[in-house]
Design a protein around this ligand. Structure first.
Ligand code: ADP
Length: 197
C-alpha cells in the first residue's frame, strides 16, 4: 500500500543493511511461527532466541501477545484488526532485519493471505514460515492462560480454533507438532533448518 501522503521522499543513509549485518556477522532472517493459541509459539520462540544467542547471534522476539501491550494495543481480534496486527509486526520485523537482527515472530496469524502479506513486506528470501501443527485438543488441554475454557463458554469471541478459523499453511518451510516434539528438539530442528539455508 502506498503512503497516505504523496509529498514524502525516502532519504538514503550511508550505511547499508549489508554493512549492519556484516558488523554482526550474520544473515538477518525472520522466523515466523504460526499455529493455534498454546501450540507453543512463545515457548519455542524464546527458547530459540536463547539458543541463537548462545551461538553468537543477535535476535529479537516479536511476540504477538507482548506487542498487543504496546505497539498494537489499539487492536482487537476482528479480521481487519488481526490483519493490521500482522502488517505492523511484519513492518517491525523488516526494520529489525534491516538493522541486522534475526527476528523471531510468534503470532497465531491464522489467515493465509495475512501470512502472505507478511512474507511480501519482509521479503521472500528473508521469510521462514514455521507451522506448529499441535492439534487443537492438545492446545485446549494445555490452555496455559485459561483462554480456551473462556472461549468455550462464549466469553471470548472470534477465538481461533473455536469460533474463528485457522488456515493451515500450504507450503511451510518447517512443520512440527509440539505434542510429539520436546522444546529443545523443536529448537534444534529450527536451528538446523536455518543453518541449511
Ligand atoms: P502460544 O504462544 O502458541 O500461544 P505458549 O508457548 O504460550 O503457546 O504455550 C504453550 C504451552 O505448552 C506452554 O505452557 C508450554 O510450557 C507447554 N508445552 C508443553 N510441551 C511443549 C512442547 N513440547 N513445546 C512447546 N510448548 C510446550
Amino acid at each position: 500500500m502506498k503512503p497516505k501522503q504523496t509529498n514524502i521522499e525516502r532519504f538514503s543513509g550511508h550505511v547499508s543493511s549489508g554493512d549492519r549485518a556484516a558488523l554482526l556477522g550474520q544473515r538477518p532472517l525472520t522466523v515466523w511461527l504460526t499455529g493455534l493459541s498454546a501450540s507453543g509459539k512463545s515457548t519455542i520462540g524464546y527458547a530459540l532466541e536463547r539458543r541463537l544467542l548462545s551461538l553468537g547471534h543477535a535476535c529479537y522476539v516479536l511476540d504477538g501477545d507482548n506487542l498487543r501491550h504496546g505497539l498494537n494495543r489499539d487492536l482487537g481480534f476482528s479480521v481487519t484488526e488481526r490483519r493490521e496486527n500482522i502488517r505492523r509486526t511484519a513492518e517491525m520485523a523488516k526494520l529489525l532485519n534491516d538493522a541486522g537482527l534475526i527476528v523471531i515472530a510468534a503470532l497465531i496469524s491464522p489467515r493465509r493471505d495475512d501470512r502472505a502479506m507478511a512474507r511480501e513486506i519482509i521479503g521472500d528470501s528473508l521469510f521462514v514460515e514455521i507451522y506448529l501443527s499441535t492439534p487443537l485438543d492438545t492446545c485446549e488441554q494445555r490452555d496455559p492462560k485459561g483462554l480456551y475454557a473462556r472461549a468455550r463458554c462464549g466469553e471470548i469471541a472470534e477465538f481461533t480454533g473455536i469460533s474463528a478459523p485457522y488456515e493451515t499453511p500450504l507450503d511451510p518451510d518447517l512443520t512440527f507438532d509440539t505434542s510429539r516434539t520436546e522444546i529443545h528438539a523443536s529448537v534444534s530442528l529450527i536451528v538446523e533448518h536455518l543453518q541449511s539455508r
